[in-house]
Design a protein around this ligand. Structure first.
Ligand SMILES: [Zn+2]
Length: 278
């Protein structure tokens, strides 16, 4: 029995470290929609994902593994990454530009994976759509998928990188009902789970107030079945939810990154002038 358990456990760990690809994960049905997406579309391309967490493949891992946020963070805010060879030079430069944005305004530091790095992000275009496999550090290899060209805007790359460092969607935070109305009848069948709130103990907002402008806020017509809004701001239904295409971090996004990674403590170690990602 004992040897079976050891074998099972090792197999599970091995499987967890295999990155999903076109071959071993059910096709993301967002594929065609992302291909058809253009700048005049009503929603952002990262909102078209059909994975359990929208554009997050394994959103419940934190819940399943118990509440241990420290474990899910990248030590000292340093994140090793690699390109898996499926993005062209121009697209890789766009990703690096987004990483530099983190370097400019936070203590997060992306750097190329070294041979002895066991935990790292692998970035490519292996699957349809825009997605991140995990919220925060999962242990081992984890993936970010950026379908060309829709997912290669600054805001979408920053959005997926924010998932990988530990952030979930703003509209599912515990206090959202004070700020947005969810129009449940307008949501596509089978997609209501993307709007389910998470308790503060699981998805903390670090005391930062609700942010309509967060890069992690879905837009008002996201996952609409009938073209009508799925979310509106309570104080004014005309407020735009979530920033559009070329946006960078909101002020509160930056504030939350600083709080999650304790940037005031580690910024002296992660030199703020260092924006080199190599
Ligand atoms: Zn997302």
């Amino acid at each position: 029995m004992f040897s079976f358990m050891v074998y099972f456990s090792a197999t599970t760990v091995h499987l967890m470290h295999c990155l999903p690809s076109k071959d071993n994960i059910k096709a993301d049905l967002s594929g065609n929609k992302v291909k058809q997406w253009n700048e005049s579309s009503a929603v952002n391309p990262e909102e078209l994902g059909t994975y359990p967490g929208g554009d997050v493949l394994f959103p419940n891992r934190v819940l399943r593994n118990g509440i241990n946020f420290e474990k899910d963070r990248w030590p000292m805010g340093v994140i090793p990454f690699e390109f898996d060879g499926t993005l062209n030079k121009q697209d890789m430069e766009k990703v690096e530009e987004a990483m530099m944005e983190f370097h400019r305004v936070t203590c997060i530091r992306f750097r190329r994976r070294k041979p002895n790095d066991t935990d790292f992000i692998s970035i490519g275009n292996n699957r349809p759509g825009c997605s991140s496999t995990d919220l925060g550090r999962s242990g081992g290899a984890q993936g970010i998928n950026l379908e060309t060209p829709a997912c290669l805007s600054m805001r979408t790359i920053l959005h997926e990188l924010l998932h990988a460092i530990g952030f979930d969607h703003e509209h599912i935070r515990a206090d959202r009902d004070l700020f947005v109305t969810i129009h449940w009848d307008n949501i596509q069948r089978g997609r209501k789970n993307i709007f389910m709130k998470q308790p503060e103990r699981v998805l903390t907002s670090f005391g930062v107030t609700y942010d309509y402008n967060s890069l992690m806020h879905y837009s008002g017509k996201s996952l609409s079945s009938n073209g009508l809004p799925t979310m509106t701001a309570i104080k004014d239904p005309n407020i735009q939810l979530g920033p559009r295409l070329h946006a960078k971090f909101s002020k509160k996004d930056v504030e939350k990154i600083h709080l999650m990674y304790n940037c005031s403590e580690i910024s002296t170690k992660n030199n703020s002038s260092d924006i080199n990602i190599n």
